[in-house]
Design a binder for this molecule. Structure first.
Ligand SMILES: Nc1ncnc2c1ncn2[C@@H]1O[C@H](COP(=O)(O)OP(=O)(O)OP(=O)(O)O)[C@@H](O)[C@H]1O
Length: 296
């Protein structure tokens, strides 16, 4: 399959901080890829370099076979970035029409208003929209040119439930038309339900890459949680087999381990005071935690 995006040995250094570290990544046309990673992992920097907004310190980036800065390439992409800058003095529909005018074959205004759930706001000044509404406007603007490749950086932050559902339905419809979609998100359940492929980034490097199913199965059964009695301490838990992390919420504790079978035996044999024991079988959230813990 043809690559819509190809990064080869890409690094980005800001002063003394290596935000992206020798990243090689190929994204096939027509796939929906979610970039996941903790704050500061390098997701936004990676997306900025693919879009040609930042130059890599090292390595090469190809977007639709060309240079991301090339106008002919830019005409075929759409991006919804974290900060949506609305144009002062324009109404919502005027803003969308302005963007539509940049492209040869724009999507219809009514369709863009509908999928961004902005029909009722179309005559309002763009600058008067709420934060969530401005993000939806950003989505409409990103879609205006009916892009072949769509970038969505933390797209649903601040969106209400209805807008969020409509948003993902539209993204799925775009994917159904064979468009390539790259998104970053902190909502792992969203990545799980919409992405064909998940790439986990930590400290500027890829630490996992696969389908949501593969990512989850790699780490299945890694979290044992229970309500701990007063004698249970983090130190004691960390001494148990394969434990990589211990997270407390009141007396409820989540123990991350890469060998949950031995962990459970050790908890029982060690007579740890526990009740409401649960073994989580590989939710993406837990898989993600375990992966990041292992990598650090
Ligand atoms: N313009 C900049 N100047 C200096 N350092 C920067 C700059 N932009 C990003 N960084 C640093 O590079 C690292 C990666 O940042 P980046 O924004 O790419 O992470 P992220 O994965 O998108 O994080 P988040 O989930 O918080 O959005 C961070 O340590 C950040 O502080």
């Amino acid at each position: 399959m043809k690559a819509a995006i190809q990064l080869t040995g890409v690094s980005k250094v800001y002063k003394d901080k290596k935000a992206v570290d020798n990243l090689t990544l190929s994204i096939a046309e027509g796939t929906v890829v979610a970039l996941l990673g903790p704050n500061g992992a390098g997701k936004t920097t990676t997306v900025s370099m693919i879009l040609g907004l930042h130059k890599p310190t090292q390595g090469t980036v190809k977007l639709l076979g060309g240079d991301p800065g090339d106008v002919r390439v830019r005409d075929r992409i759409g991006a919804m970035l974290q900060e949506v800058s609305v144009i002062d003095g324009l109404k919502v529909s005027e803003s969308i029409n302005l963007f539509r005018s940049y492209y040869e074959k724009p999507l219809p205004l009514n369709y863009l208003l509908k999928v961004s759930n902005l029909e009722a706001e179309k005559d309002k000044m763009a600058s008067s929209l709420s934060g969530g509404q401005q993000r939806r406007l950003g989505f409409a603007l990103a879609l205006a040119g009916d892009p072949e490749v769509l970038f969505l950086d933390e797209p649903t932050v601040g969106m209400d439930v209805t807008s969020r559902q409509l948003f993902w339905d539209t993204v799925r419809a775009m994917a159904g038309k064979g468009r390539t979609i790259v998104l970053t998100t902190h909502y792992l359940d969203e990545a799980d339900s919409v992405a064909d492929r998940i790439v986990v980034i930590n400290n500027g490097k890829i630490i996992a890459d696969g389908t949501p199913g593969e990512i989850k199965s790699e780490t299945t059964g890694r979290v044992v949680s229970f309500v701990a009695g007063p004698t249970v301490t983090s130190d004691a838990l960390y001494r148990l087999p394969g434990v990589t992390d211990v997270e407390w919420s009141g007396r409820h504790v989540k123990v991350f381990s890469n060998d949950s079978d031995r962990l459970i035996r050790a908890l029982v044999e060690g007579k740890f005071e526990m009740r409401d024991i649960e073994i989580h079988s590989g939710g993406l959230e837990d898989a993600f935690q375990a992966l990041v813990q292992q990598a650090n």
